[in-house]
Design a binder for this molecule. Structure first.
Ligand code: LLP
Length: 433
């Protein structure tokens, strides 16, 4: 039986497997909470994009904020990917994993001068500039060190991606990008500023988008702008359509990456822009379904009224050792993520809320789930490969989880579990009198 999202996650008999490794065995060997990823699943998701782009000048820049473990970055770098980064920290991670700086695009509304300088020194491919003010600062930083910064303006096309308000980024009221009404004027300015070279245009309209309509709308707006900008004698070499393609958490049915890209290319060709370099910045769709968060059931806590209201005194709790600090998505976006037992039991399931040990009522991983589990069993939160570990915190002085990469029937530890003393090793007591 396969589970939603990835063929790399399936039951063999009663046991959940990630490729050739049983989830429960990984939990026993590496401890819990544990993030486990299938490398094959990640590379297949990438191949889905690549198939549609064969024979085109293109670059896929993995949005590493989705999962920035060095081994994940290494796998994508070796497969020819570039990276979309949003901080100086991400730049250093990408370089440490072997990324080619000439394939790195630097996005984000708040780049610091120090970040810009470092990115120029290592020779990133381009800066996705998000405001007029940023253009001015980038020009100053570049001229001060005698460099030229390649720039692409991130345009806010004002299209509704139809997704959660916290992850919708292409609407007028969002902080992201330059309003499309102001884009041409900013290109004209940028083309005249010292230390800058205009090379492209980009947009990113949101995340977990399950329909190609908003992408096509945004694309049309970008093509309109390219035509206006080039009519003013400023060539635009590349067109970057951002990331945002959704995955299946429950019953969402997003287009495949291949289908989405093909429909965009068809429009690009139809409007006579087929000669341009095409770029994408996918995050979630490359890694989301490739990972699970494995956790041990610590306690079953039945409701006070066994047959009472499951939302009130009848509510049962399944208390696990993973919490909101390990996986923020449910608490932060009320995100629904699948939760399954790593070993199926032949007994009736109980309706329960799966919660963690953190001292917050918002600390839940799943509500009203049917699970047949006992204390000591392992459960897996599905589709946790994106925005899981990268959003983890140390709240409640909880060390962050370990991570393993499954390659066929082998599992490699790709990040050590954090130990308590490491969490406060950078803190200092005040001098005593
Ligand atoms: N490019 C830019 C400029 C972005 O801001 C993002 C994501 C991406 C690419 C990649 O988007 P993706 O393909 O992963 O949708 N923490 C949220 C998602 C935040 C996305 C932020 N930007 C979540 O857990 O749902």
């Amino acid at each position: 039986m396969t589970l939603p999202g990835s063929p790399h996650l399936a039951y063999r008999g009663a046991s959940l497997f990630i490729d050739g490794c049983a989830a429960a065995s990984l939990a026993q060997r590496f401890g819990t909470p544990l993030y486990a990823y299938s490398r094959a699943s990640m590379l297949e998701s990438l191949a889905d994009y690549q198939r549609a782009l064969v024979g085109r000048d293109h670059l896929i820049c993995y949005a590493m904020k989705a999962n920035s473990n060095l081994a994940v970055l290494q796998a994508f770098a070796q497969a020819g990917c570039g990276f979309d980064i949003v901080s100086g920290g991400e730049l250093e991670r990408a370089l440490a994993a072997g990324a080619d700086p000439a394939k790195i695009v630097f996005s984000g509304v708040g780049k610091t001068r120090a970040d810009m300088r470092r990115a120029l020194e290592v020779g990133v491919m381009c800066f996705n500039v998000e405001s007029e003010a940023e253009l001015g600062v980038l020009s100053q930083v570049a001229t001060a060190i005698g460099a030229t910064a390649n720039v692409s303006l991130r345009v806010n096309p004002d299209v509704d991606a139809g997704t959660h308000p916290y992850i919708s980024t292409g609407l007028k009221g969002n902080k992201f990008g330059i309003a499309h009404e102001d884009a041409v004027a900013n290109y004209v300015r940028a083309a005249d500023m010292p230390g800058l070279r205009v090379v492209g245009i980009d947009c990113h309209i949101g995340s977990q988008i399950t329909d190609s309509g908003p992408y096509l709308d945004a694309l049309d707006r970008l093509l309109d702008l390219i035509e206006q900008v080039e009519a003013r004698g400023i060539p635009i070499r590349h067109l970057d359509l951002g990331g945002g393609l959704g995955i299946t958490y429950t019953d969402e049915a997003p287009p495949s990456a291949e289908a989405l890209v093909r429909s965009l290319l068809e429009r690009i060709d139809a409007r006579g822009h087929g000669h341009r370099k095409i770029m994408f910045e996918p995050g979630r769709s490359l890694v989301g379904n490739a990972g699970v968060l494995v956790s041990e059931v610590l306690y079953m806590k039945p409701g006070r009224e066994p047959n009472g209201d499951p939302a009130g005194a009848g509510k049962n709790f399944c208390i696990v050792d993973a919490a909101m600090n390990d996986l923020m998505r449910p608490a932060m976006y009320q995100a629904w993520m699948g939760i399954v037992a790593c070993n199926l039991r032949d007994e009736p399931a109980t309706l329960c809320d799966v919660v963690g040990p953190v001292c917050e009522s918002g600390d839940w991983l799943g509500r009203e789930r049917e699970l047949a589990v006992h204390a000591g069993d392992f459960v897996a939160v599905l589709s946790a490969g994106a925005y899981g570990m990268t959003m983890a915190s140390n709240y409640n002085t909880r060390g962050r989880a370990a991570e393993v990469m499954v390659c066929g029937d082998q599992a490699f530890l790709i990040r050590d579990r954090e130990l308590p003393h490491e969490l406060f090793s950078g803190e200092h007591l005040l001098p005593t009198a």
